[in-house]
Design a protein around this ligand. Structure first.
Ligand code: ADP
Length: 519
């Protein structure tokens, strides 16, 4: 059974029960009040008759009761029928009814009146309803207090019976109408209250069957429980959609990565295989393609071997990069320690001087890095800096590449500026993607397109950030920012371990460390 049906039934049942209790209570109250009034009037009549002028006598021979009742009561209490009956056989002792008429008597009520002094009884006579009051009559002087008669006062109560039946009919009708109204309004209200839930079921069903995660439940009602439920489900759908998109994206990237990686590996392999086949052909005994002289054969072979060596080292670089990214993807956490950043940067500067380059390699001001401590992995930080520097060298055919230190509250940074080929601004958002190589670089410079993805991963691991400024044909500036803190100051007199001027490996580095030229 649906919640809506159950709610309506419960609602109607509870209201019906309440109305029943209320109706019975009201009916009982009215009937008690009406009969009570009537009984009181009969009791007043009875005491009036007994007190005012009821004369009793007893026949000393037969012992029969003699009774006279005043006629005036007939006038005062018109509408009442009065007779006095013998408590033993119920025969009439005295009657105020017209000649030949008498009231029907109930032996049980007479007995009860004798025992309890009074008794009340309702009785239907023909078409009319009557109520009788039986009162035991006693006389201390004549009958030693024993009841000598029972006064029976009767009154027609048709009006009360009619009123009560009208009241009961009215209450039943009212209850039925109210229950029907309550049931239909309950049905309507529960439908209204449950409509958003039906909508939720409908929409979630649609999402389930159509895979459309973009759908949301529309709710325009107040922020009640249903509103909150809708909001929660919509929020959950947002998250599910975002996770699904992320998964789709990562799956797409993964597939692209695998296909790019195999493509990148296939190119050097094809070259190597081609060269090996060529060498085989050239040196196979008895065969001499094109009738080459020994010197020519030797020269071509050396070229082929140089090609093979070049491609092999390209492959090994590629495999190393792929390994680094695979490690990054496996979610392996780096081991972190406190690194003195300035000495690390200086060391990188010195080693980078040995890399092949056409541009001038300069060192800018490193003083902003003084006493900066970075929580990080020094090997990874070095690797990351080398990636940017190697790129700067690779993409700067003339001019210079400069390395500078930067600082900001809670951060230190390294700036690598080159006067190289630069990039189109549309390409900047993609350069950190795996295997992405800007148009200018493709085919002109060797590279895997993986370096910046590795560098980005290392920076992310250190909770750092990168800023890129570049202009095609004019050069690029990469700023790498890392969270840092200041090292505690050294005791007076102690010489800091690392100072620009103390760096012996950097020849020509002046004490300010600006624009120094490396041989
Ligand atoms: P690659 O092995 O091609 O250098 P990277 O991931 O290191 O791969 O760099 C991605 C691309 O970004 C490069 O192919 C190049 O087009 C561009 N790039 C990176 N650094 C520079 C730079 N200093 N100047 C110009 N272009 C750059």
């Amino acid at each position: 059974m649906s919640i809506r049906k159950r709610l309506t039934l419960w609602y109607s049942f509870l209201l019906g029960t309440l109305l029943l209790v209320f109706g019975i209570g009201l009916y009982t109250y009215i009937s008690v009040k009406l009969y009570d009034n009537q009984d009181r009037e009969m009791a007043v009549l009875a005491s009036d008759l007994m007190v005012n002028g009821m004369e009793i006598s007893s026949n000393p021979i037969t012992g029969q009761v003699g009774l006279s009742l005043p006629n005036k009561v007939n006038f005062r209490y018109s509408g009442y029928a009065v007779q006095v009956v013998d408590p033993g056989d119920g025969s009439i002792i005295k009657s105020l009814l017209p000649q030949g008429q008498e009231l029907p008597r109930s032996t049980e009520s007479i007995k009860k009146a004798v025992e309890d002094s009074t008794a009340i009884q309702n009785q239907r006579i023909g078409q009319s309803n009557w109520r009788f009051l039986y009162v035991a009559l006693r006389s201390e002087s004549l009958f030693k207090g024993e009841p000598f008669g029972v006064m029976q006062i009767g009154v027609r109560i048709d009006s009360i019976v009619i009123v009560l039946s009208q009241v009961s009919r009215f209450l039943i009708m009212l209850s039925l109408v109210v229950i029907a109204a309550a049931a239909s309004s309950g049905w309507y209200l529960s439908r209204k209250a449950l409509r958003p839930i039906e909508q939720i079921i409908h929409t979630t069903g649609l999402i389930q069957s159509s895979d459309d995660l973009g759908r949301r439940i529309e709710y325009k009602g107040p922020p009640d429980e249903v509103g909150l439920l809708t909001e929660t489900i919509n929020g959950m759908l947002d998250r599910v959609e975002a996770t699904y998109r992320d998964l789709e994206e990562s799956d797409r990237m993964q597939r692209r990565f695998v296909s790019d990686a195999s493509h990148e590996l296939r190119t050097p392999l094809t070259t190597i295989r081609g060269n090996v086949e060529f060498l085989e052909k050239v040196w196979r005994q008895g065969k001499n393609p094109g009738g080459m002289s020994e010197e020519e054969k030797m020269e071509l072979s050396l070229e082929a071997m140089a090609d093979i060596a070049g491609e092999a080292s390209r492959m090994s670089r590629l495999v190393n990069d792929l390994l680094a990214l695979a490690r990054a993807d496996s979610g392996r956490e780096m081991e972190m320690e406190e690194v003195e950043f300035r000495s690390l940067v200086e060391d990188v500067y010195r080693k980078a001087a040995l890399l092949p380059k056409k541009a001038e390699w300069r060192l800018g001001d490193l003083s902003p890095l003084a006493r900066a401590l970075v929580t990080g992995n020094s090997d990874s930080l070095r690797q990351m800096l080398f990636i940017f520097i190697e790129n700067a060298f690779k993409y700067t055919p003339e001019g210079y590449v400069v390395l500078e230190g930067l600082s900001a509250p809670g951060q230190v940074g390294v700036l690598i500026r080159d006067t190289g080929i630069g990039m189109d601004k549309d390409e900047v958002p993609h350069i950190f993607e795996r295997f992405y190589r800007a148009d200018e670089s493709r085919g002109k410079t060797s590279g895997t397109g993986l370096g910046l993805s590795i560098a980005k991963w290392i920076i992310d691991q250190h909770r750092g950030s990168i800023e890129v400024t570049t202009r095609l044909g004019e050069g690029s500036v990469f700023k790498i920012w890392l969270p840092a803190k200041e090292a505690p100051s050294l005791p007076t007199g102690e010489v800091p371990a690392l100072k620009e001027a103390d760096s012996p490996a950097v020849e020509g580095l002046d004490s300010k460390g600006v624009d120094s030229k490396e041989e």
